[in-house]
Design a protein around this ligand. Structure first.
Ligand code: TYM
Length: 341
């Protein structure tokens, strides 16, 4: 069905196309889930969705081969467990579809040094990995633009931290369209109202991240229930002792955001629920809600991860279809530039 709507020139009403990707660089976090993955799952019924593990992006930071391989397979199984449905969507590994690297090279030549220098992720990561500021880390956004533009995506569901990269993608697309003729759809970011920026439980001024030095700050989707409870019980709050959303209450605001995202309750309802109660009760309730939300995902993960043959069938079939779709864009681009095809 997906192939039909994407490929038939005669289709009058084109379904909107969604593209997004995640790096398989370690444990997938509650931040990844609430900021992006939850939306990926939700968008599948309404749109033509294409998802990838951005395993080419991952080597901008040095990876240990055996661990990298495990992380990729774990991420693939875990995303299926979250609800990515290969009956509806494509879901593959970026490195299996060679057009990504090819278009990335081309787009490198339409991306300015100055633009890349302004990327906050580049500045953060080069500070963190000062011993390995490689060219890939710098040109990372051109590969990301290639990922998105290859599929003529209309919407890109991401967390708030990827917004700047999306803006650069739009600039690259508009630049190319302007130099030649309309070639790329200019994509819009799709950022959730709640959960767009899940913060560290230990330092709520920093985003929750796989690479957090303090493991207590970060919830992994595959963390054991007792670890999740412990991390929430130790979460940093404040001395105000009142569950309410307000400026300066970063820790409590973050916990309220997480609770709201997993229960569907509004901030007002949450304030009401915990009126007269202490942070101890509140933190335990957030922990329990997260444990219950993740329980079915963890159960499905246990099944998927046992079935390597099934996983392989899924990612190979998706990659084959993705290659066919993306080749159409790549050929169009190359022809416009003047290559002999
Ligand atoms: P990555 O792997 O760092 O993160 C995957 C997704 O999770 C979101 N996210 C968060 N959302 C809320 N709170 C947090 N603490 C949090 N941490 C991460 C990210 O915004 C992202 O949506 N460059 C991308 C991967 C990528 C991509 C693409 C994304 C490669 N090609 C094309 C979209 C389109 C990245 O490193 O995401």
């Amino acid at each position: 069905i997906l192939m039909n709507t994407m490929h038939t020139e005669t289709t009058t009403e084109r379904k909107k196309v969604i593209f997004s990707a995640i790096q398989p660089s370690g444990s997938i976090t509650l931040g990844n889930y609430l900021g992006a993955l939850k939306n990926w799952v939700a968008l599948q019924d309404e749109f033509d969705c294409i998802f990838a593990l951005a395993d080419l992006h991952t080597i901008t930071v040095r990876q240990e081969p055996a661990k990298f391989r495990r992380n990729i397979m774990e991420a693939y199984a875990l995303l299926l467990a979250c609800g990515i449905d290969v009956g509806k969507s494509l879901f593959f590994m970026q490195s299996h579809v060679h057009t990504h690297a090819e278009l990335a090279w081309i787009l490198n030549c339409y991306t300015q040094f100055g633009e890349l220098s302004r990327m906050t992720q580049f500045k953060d990561k080069s500070a963190k990995h000062a011993d390995n500021i490689n060219a890939g880390l710098f040109t990372y956004p051109a590969l990301m633009a290639a990922d998105i533009l290859l599929y003529q995506a209309d919407l890109v569901p991401v967390g708030a931290d990827q917004k700047q990269h999306l803006e650069l993608t739009r600039n690259i697309a508009e630049r190319f369209n302007g130099l030649y003729s309309p070639t790329f759809v200019v994509p819009d970011p799709y950022i959730p109202k709640n959960g767009a920026r899940v913060m560290s439980l230990q330092d709520p001024t920093k985003k929750m991240s796989k690479s957090d030095e303090n493991a207590n700050g970060c919830i992994a989707l595959l963390d054991k229930p007792e670890d999740i409870m412990r991390k929430f019980k130790r979460a940093v709050t404040d001395s105000d002792a009142c569950v309410r959303y307000a400026e300066g209450k970063d820790g409590v605001n973050n916990l309220m955001g997480i609770y709201s995202a997993v229960t569907g309750r509004t901030f007002e309802e949450i304030e009401h629920e915990f009126e007269g109660k202490g942070y101890g009760d509140f933190k335990a309730a957030v922990g329990e809600a997260v444990v219950e939300h993740l329980r079915p995902i963890q159960e499905r993960y246990a099944d998927y991860s046992k079935n390597k043959d099934y996983l392989e069938q899924c990612y190979r079939a998706s990659a084959e279809k993705a290659l066919a779709i993306s080749q159409r864009t790549l050929r169009k681009v190359m022809k416009k530039i003047g290559y002999i095809l």
